[in-house]
Design a protein around this ligand. Structure first.
Ligand SMILES: [Fe+2]
Length: 296
């Protein structure tokens, strides 16, 4: 088998342009050098120091059960043994960002794609695309949770159904994924906690999402979320708060989540920072530092 390639976004005069790849590869674990293991250690230790009192308890339980540590980049095969026994999912190695439909197809087969390479030292604080640290540290702990794995299953089924009926519904589903799996907050008796992978894997956003006065924090509602644009280039203007992982799962299957995106077809989308009548507002954002345009 050829050595896996490192597929990254290309920097052009229009900014970063995403480059997609579909190959599934073996993790070249023996080829990771000291610098790459050190990058893992730095990121792992920094986030584990920052997240107590900020991330949800299920996240820490997941890290523990997976046996992740700062010592070295985990082996996919070790993680898979735990993951498979817990929820029947497996992770697979990929070379970079996947096209949306390919991604949905993997989820449909309980395969979670993980980028095999880790960011470079100069990208420690920010990388615009998912690398190994984001994918493993951010996503895997919650995939051990039955309710969350079930939510992902409901989500992937809807995604494939949507894809068979034209592209537009995928937009709504991508927003749902973005505001839950990547940037979700959960209400707990101790206060709001982070569960989204995009937040737990980011030093700056781990603090901003919970503590900054700038963003809105609004109660999760599946239709509302599917109509809300988001940011890919800055911290979020709005975070949506679920009551529990059970509630998140129920919201997507009961009543049947499938037809919702047809109801929404043709409805205008809300700006990322909007607060609407009827929103359950935990915090109304000050809007400080928000870019005036660029919601996607
Ligand atoms: Fe992600």
């Amino acid at each position: 088998m050829d050595a896996p390639r490192r597929i990254e976004h290309q920097l052009t005069d229009k900014g970063y342009v995403p480059v997609y790849t579909t190959a599934v590869v073996e993790q070249p674990w023996d080829d990771y050098g000291p610098e790459e293991h050190q990058t893992w250690a730095t990121l792992f230790e920094r986030q584990m120091a920052l997240l107590p009192g900020r991330a949800c308890p299920e996240f820490f339980e997941g890290i523990e059960r997976l046996g992740m540590s700062p010592d070295r980049i985990p082996r996919f095969s070790d993680l898979n043994a735990v993951l498979k026994a817990a929820t029947g999912w497996t992770l697979i190695g990929v070379e970079g960002l996947l096209p949306e439909l390919t991604f949905f197809e993997h989820l449909a087969n309980r395969r979670f794609p993980v980028t095999w390479w880790i960011r470079k030292p100069e990208q420690i604080d920010y990388i615009s695309e998912p690398d190994l640290f984001h994918d493993l540290f951010g996503h895997l702990p919650l995939l051990l949770l039955t309710t969350f794995a079930d939510y992902m299953q409901a989500y992937r089924e809807a995604g494939l159904k949507a894809a068979r009926n034209g592209n537009e519904p995928l937009t709504e589903l991508t927003r749902l994924y973005w505001y839950t799996v990547e940037f979700g907050l959960v209400h707990t008796p101790e206060g709001l906690r982070i569960y989204g992978a995009g937040i737990v894997s980011s030093k700056g956003e781990s603090i901003y999402a919970l503590e900054s006065p700038a963003p809105n924090r609004i109660g999760f509602d599946v239709r509302r979320v599917m109509r809300t644009r988001y940011r890919i280039d800055t911290y979020q203007k709005t975070y949506f708060v679920i009551d529990s992982f059970e509630a998140l799962f129920r919201a997507t299957v009961d009543p049947d989540f499938g037809p919702i995106y047809y109801e929404l077809k043709g409805e205008a989308a809300y700006p990322a920072g909007a607060v609407l009548d009827g929103d359950k507002v935990y915090h109304r954002g000050s809007g400080e530092g928000w870019a005036a345009d660029g919601d996607v």
